[in-house]
Each structure stands twice: as structure tokens, then as C-alpha cells.
Design a protein around this ligand. Structure first.
Ligand code: XUL
Ligand code: CO
Length: 435
């Protein structure tokens, strides 16, 4: 190892281990509900947080020092590939995700950017072939560069729209070159600051056209990738168009994109939208659109998109329950869209942070699997909705009733009896599954 010298490959040592560089719960070959943990938990590392961000926050520059800086941006980009694959191998993580600008410098022109991307993706491909590590998804960063001040596919400026299209076209070419399994659209600045100066309808339609162009191009190059929209309610825009799962699904359905698009759901984005993570997963699952997840956690007292590594067992377990009920994530996976805190300045913290996130998900999986085996949630639901299993309730479910027949029933039935939910007891039982 050149960049993580002296660190050994991270292994499972069990819950009693005191070694911070070991898995305490993630035992990749352990069989859970008939398949190994590693198949349930297709972990991926995010290039941006891990390789490019060094503890910067809205109030200050980075605090961590990394050892992969070279003489110029291209040399740094090359070193980063090397370091990144060292990290993936040390953690035995089989997937990764990136934005175009994470891996290669933009240079002074689109052509130069393309050339830089070609060089770096050649290097990435070599490493992928050598290690068997795969690309979960890539995406285009269409929000950092000043040209995107007013959005990309929802910009008011057609020249900017064309530039964004050129970035996505290249992103799909790269996806084909690297065998990417998904392609993500997070609408970085697709939204508005003020409604009175926004043509909402035009911007929505342009966005839909943009997505259709991406589908057409992926067909044309023979790389039928799974597209994913990643919802977020705000930040950087005051209002983002892909507000939450329900809003993004409305858009996907309205514009005829259902066959090609699913959702990539992020924990911190869910909380920003006033939902729980498991709520977002349930909404998508119900529509057959649960594609992939960005695993992270929000620091609720701060209230912005803090992208913390997940450590909350309660919500992780309920999220894993949704994933089990969905029969897994298919082509998707669990991407740690998470960054170490500003005070975790050692390079080794990149490993311990991922280990803690992976252990959290492993524990969440174990808890959710046990709930499933015990029929814990099924039993709760069966009891709660008992009235729809027979008689009047069954007739409602079967679509046999109307307002008149229901009124006739209600007039005759003067004894409505509700049952207790025993909610406090049930929540305590959920806690039992977490320990
Ligand atoms: C931003 C965010 C992005 C997307 C990819 O909040 O989550 O990093 O995951 O663009
Ligand atoms: Co994300």
C-alpha cells in the first residue's frame, strides 16, 4: 500500500473485538435469510466525500491533510485513483460511485475535460479489471461550476442546457466503458429561488426532455443502464424540483419515464423533507421504484445536509426492513454518501468511518431479518387491518361497495369499537430487536 501504508486488510473480528480497524458485525459470508450478508449489503464508497472533501463546511476550509496531492491537478487525480482503489481493497468494498468532476479536473474547455476524463477512466478501468471492483453509479456534477447558477436541465439559458447535455452524454459513455450498473440524476440546482420569476412549466418540461434524451442515448450506445433520480427538498436551491420520493415519482409517471427510472434515496435528504428514511423507501417500494440508497445520517440540531456516516440503529433497521420486503435493491446498492467530521483529521478515519457505517447496516440487516423471520411486522399489520379481511372490510377492498351501500351499513351499525394500538409496547419490542 502506497497511500494507506501499514494498514492491513479489514477483517471481521466479532462484536467483542476492540480493534477499530475490524468489522464487528459485518461478516460478509454470514448467511442471513438464505444469502450471504455481502449480497444483501452491496456497499459502495463515494469518491467525492472520501477523496475530494477534507472536512470543509460552510464556515471553513478543509482540516484534514491527505497524502495524494501531486505537482498538478492531473497528477493528483491519478494519485487519487490509486489511493481510492487501495481503500476499497482494504475495506473489501466492491462498488464505488462518482461525479465526473470528482475524478478529473475540468480544465479550460469541454474538450480538455473530456480528455482528462478519458485518461482517468482508462486508469480506473485498469484498476477495476485488476480488482473486480465495480461501478455502482456515476453522475454529472451540474451544480458546482458557476455556469450552473440557474440550474442545468432547468436553466433559463439554452447554452447551459447544451453544456449539461454534453456532460451527461460523456457520463453515459463512461458508464458504458466502465460497465456502470446505474446512472444518477441528483438535481443539484434544478429548482428555483423565487417562483415569481420562474417559468415552472417550461423548466419541468425541459427536465423531462433531458431525461428522455438520456434514455435515447443510452439505447443508442447499447448500454441500457438503470436511471435513478435522487430526491432532495432544498439545498442548494430554496425549492428543489425532486422534493421527495412522492414528488419525483409523480414526475416520472407524468412524463412517461417509469420503465427506465427508479429512485436513489438518501437518509439525510429524507429528514430534510420532513420524512424518515424508511418513509421514503416505503413510498418508492410501493411504486416498484426503490432503486438504490445513499446511506447517511443527518445531524438534526444542525439542520443542513451534514452527510454523517450512519450510526442510528433504529432507522437503519427499519430501512433494511423495507429493503428486505423489496427483495433487495436489484441493480442498486448502499452508497455511503457520507463524510468524516471536520475533527476526524487522520487518513485512518476514512476507514473507521466506513467500518462504522457498514457495521451499522449489518446490525440493521440482522435486526430486520429477525423481525421478518418472527413475522413481527406482519403480525402487527394483520391485527391492525383485521377488519378488512372479511365481511364489510373485504367488500370494500374488493371494490364491491359504494357510498350508498356504505351509508346503509352505517345507519344500521351503531356500535363502532376501536382497538388499542399498544404503540408504546410495540416500540419497546422494536428496541428488543436492536440489541
Ligand atoms: C447531494 C447529494 C449528491 C448526490 C449525487 O446532497 O446527495 O452527492 O448523491 O450528486
Ligand atoms: Co446523495
Amino acid at each position: 500500500m502506497k497511500y494507506f501504508e501499514g494498514i492491513e486488510k479489514v477483517k471481521y473480528e466479532g462484536a467483542d473485538s476492540k480493534n477499530p480497524l475490524a468489522y464487528h458485525y459485518y461478516d460478509q459470508d454470514k448467511i442471513v435469510l438464505g444469502k450471504p450478508m455481502k449480497e444483501h449489503l452491496k456497499f459502495a464508497i463515494a469518491y467525492w466525500h472520501t477523496m475530494d472533501q477534507e472536512g470543509a463546511d460552510p464556515f471553513g476550509v478543509g482540516t484534514a491533510k491527505r497524502n495524494w496531492y501531486g505537482e498538478n491537478p492531473m497528477e493528483t487525480a491519478e494519485n487519487r485513483v490509486e489511493a481510492f482503489f487501495e481503500l476499497l481493497q482494504l475495506l473489501d468494498v466492491k462498488y464505488f460511485c462518482f461525479h465526473d468532476v470528482d475524478i478529473a479536473p475540468e480544465g479550460d474547455s469541454l474538450e480538455e475535460f473530456y480528455q482528462n476524463l478519458d485518461e482517468i477512466t482508462d486508469l480506473i478501468k485498469e484498476k477495476m479489471d485488476e480488482t473486480g471492483i465495480k461501478l455502482l453509479w456515476n453522475t454529472a456534477n451540474m451544480f458546482t461550476n458557476p455556469r450552473y447558477l440557474n440550474g442545468a436541465a432547468t436553466t433559463n439559458n439554452a447554452d447551459v442546457y447544451a453544456y449539461a447535455a454534453a456532460q451527461v452524454k460523456k457520463g453515459l459513455d463512461i458508464s458504458k466503458k466502465l460497465g456502470g450498473e446505474n446512472y444518477v440524476f441528483w438535481g443539484g440546482r434544478e429548482g428555483y429561488e423565487e417562483l415569481f420569476n420562474t417559468d415552472y412549466e417550461l423548466e419541468q418540461e425541459n427536465l423531462a426532455k433531458f431525461f428522455h434524451m438520456a434514455c435515447d442515448y443510452s439505447d443508442k450506445i447499447g448500454h441500457k443502464v438503470q436511471f435513478l433520480i435522487e430526491p432532495k427538498p432544498r439545498e442548494p436551491m430554496r425549492h428543489q424540483y425532486d422534493y421527495d420520493a412522492a414528488t419525483a415519482l409523480f414526475f416520472i409517471n407524468k412524463y412517461g419515464l417509469k420503465d427506465r427510472f427508479k429512485l436513489n434515496l438518501e437518509g439525510n435528504h429524507a429528514t430534510l423533507a420532513g420524512h424518515t428514511f424508511e418513509h421514503e423507501l416505503r413510498v418508492a417500494r410501493t411504486e416498484g421504484a426503490l432503486g438504490s440508497i445513499d446511506a447517511n445520517h443527518s445531524e438534526e440540531q444542525l439542520g443542513w445536509d451534514t452527510d454523517e456516516f450512519p450510526y442510528d440503529l433504529y432507522h437503519t433497521s427499519l430501512a433494511m426492513y423495507e429493503i428486505l420486503e423489496n427483495d433487495g435493491l436489484g441493480k442498486g446498492g448502499i452508497n455511503f454518501d457520507a463524510k468524516v467530521r471536520r475533527t476526524s483529521i487522520d487518513q485512518e478515519d476514512l476507514l473507521t468511518a466506513h467500518i462504522s457505517g457498514m457495521d451499522t447496516f449489518a446490525r440493521g440487516l440482522l435486526a430486520a431479518a429477525k423481525m421478518k423471520e418472527d413475522g413481527f411486522i406482519d403480525e402487527i399489520l394483520d391485527k391492525k387491518y383485521e377488519s378488512y379481511k372479511s365481511g364489510l372490510g373485504k367488500d370494500i377492498v374488493d371494490g364491491k361497495m359504494d357510498l350508498e351501500s356504505l351509508t346503509e351499513y352505517a345507519l344500521k351499525n351503531d356500535k363502532i369499537e376501536n382497538k388499542s394500538s399498544h404503540l408504546e409496547y410495540l416500540k419497546a419490542r422494536i428496541n428488543d430487536y436492536l440489541v
